[in-house]
Design a protein. Structure first.
Length: 326
């Protein structure tokens, strides 16, 4: 792809591999935002969002082991060790962007984004975190499937089998994706794009499993109080993958954070791209569409109350977004 749709930028060398950098949107504009996806995902997760903002320019960077980063399991583990790949992210931003950027990160990618902001604050102007959590150890411990796929002896064959079943057909892929979404978004959103399915089929399952194993030993909790970068934490009241309490930890520990509470599941970039568009709008540009406000369900009201108790602001945004009601 080229021009205003997407280009492949020159890779940034890292040890014996290279970080594959993808650029999307208006190539005549400077890079404004960098997209970081989560584990067992791909840069194609952002396609709906990118297509909806053709006038902007994005960089998308993959997690180690995820297509189009062609690292095997051993090299993936080496990149993950001591967050070595974070330096490559910084180098990619310095090589392809002019000045600091807005990091938009999902799930495990949010841990990478927070680490990047803590280590290299000069390259990060602000953060938007989706389905985020500060401690991978806790996240993996709460998931029986995640614990199973990193277990000795059985973990590798179990992950390979589940991975192949999920990607066996378009119907199994769509079903698996839908289980991470809010119920009212599943039928509409899960079949929008098959690009991520093809990306995952080109990834090494054992390299992906290495990322899950790394996550089970990873935390950025101790670094949160040192991050001064403005952060928007998007809390999805119907997220069945990440406990909202993890996102409340982010709001409590980060010095300069606010919250957006929405009626999505774990994939708001697919379920409600209009929300993301509003949050990414460059300064000076106003989204003129009035918010479509929906009342919170009891769980959402509880989350809103806890956000208020933390003294953090809760802002509405256009789309399938909730604000506290009666």
């Amino acid at each position: 792809m080229s021009g205003k749709s997407g280009v492949t930028c020159p890779p940034v060398p890292v040890w014996n591999s290279a970080v594959p950098v993808r650029s999307y949107g208006n190539s005549e504009k400077p890079v404004g935002s960098v997209l970081l996806h989560g584990v067992v995902s791909s840069i194609s997760l952002w396609r709906t969002l990118i297509r909806s903002m053709p006038r902007e320019r994005f960089l998308a960077l993959p997690l180690p082991g995820h297509h189009p980063w062609t690292t095997d399991a051993t090299e993936t583990a080496r990149l993950l060790k001591d967050f070595g790949f974070i330096e490559s992210y910084r180098d990619a931003i310095l090589a392809h962007a002019h000045g600091s950027v807005h990091l938009i990160a999902h799930s495990t990618g949010a841990i990478a984004a927070l680490k990047l902001a803590a280590r290299y604050p000069e390259v990060v102007s602000r953060l938007t975190l989706l389905g985020a959590f500060p401690c991978g150890r806790n996240a993996v411990a709460r998931s029986p499937m995640a614990r199973g796929v990193i277990a000795p002896l059985i973990g590798a064959p179990l992950f390979s089998t589940l991975f192949k079943i999920w990607l066996n057909s378009e119907s199994t892929y769509r079903y698996g994706l839908s289980t991470a979404m809010a119920a009212d978004a599943q039928s509409e959103a899960s079949g929008r794009d098959r690009s991520m399915m093809w990306d995952l089929r080109r990834s090494d399952p054992e390299a992906l499993r290495q990322v899950v194993a790394w996550l089970s030993k990873t935390s950025v909790t101790s670094e949160l109080p040192r991050i001064d970068t403005p952060v928007t934490v998007v809390v999805s009241q119907n997220d069945r993958v990440v406990d909202p309490k993890d996102q409340l930890t982010l709001l409590r520990e980060l010095r300069n954070a606010n919250a957006v509470l929405c009626n999505a599941g774990h994939l708001p970039m697919i379920e409600t791209p209009e929300l993301l568009r509003n949050l990414i709008q460059p300064s000076g540009e106003i989204n003129r569409h009035a918010p479509e406000v929906e009342p919170l369900d009891p769980r959402g009201r509880d989350i809103a109350d806890l956000i208020g108790q933390l003294g953090r602001s809760l802002q509405p945004a256009p789309g399938r977004v909730s604000v506290p009601c009666g």
